[in-house]
Design a protein. Sequence first.
Length: 179
Amino acid sequence: MGCIMVLASKKTTKSINTMRRQCRYLIGAALMSASIHAAEQIDIPLYEKGTDVFYLEAYLDGYGKTEFMLDTGSGPVALASDVLAKLKSQRKATWSHQEVALLANGRHQNIEIYRIDSLQLAKGCRVEDVEVAELPPGTRNIIGINLLKKTAPFSISTAPSLLSLVGCNALVDTVAAGQ
């Protein structure tokens, strides 16, 4: 019995109410199924380099594939100034503002903040208009918690070493829709 039949039926009130409940159930089940499908998990392999620090490869529009250290203790994404210089020369990064950052050693430091066009963490997970902090040349690029929050919910597992993101599909859908 379909939902359209509820409106066209001339059965008793009790029968119509039963059909309406079934219709609401079917619509709810369809919406839940669509929601679960849209929240597909994307797993990104992580690797270590003889330390207890995880790294991943990501793609920067205007630069290419590059390595990032995964640092949940860091706020912004951070790029080495030589990487940022190439993005700026390709007009893929623009200066935004200056901030005072609190460093892990407790000191405060002025840092330059830029906006980059996009950062692709994996196939199907592209984050647009990303705020990044500039680091000295030759330092490690960092993926911080601010970017991970945009892809939430997320999890990090150690066996196997994976960064699992669920919110990426919503980002890609929003980008595709031009929002």
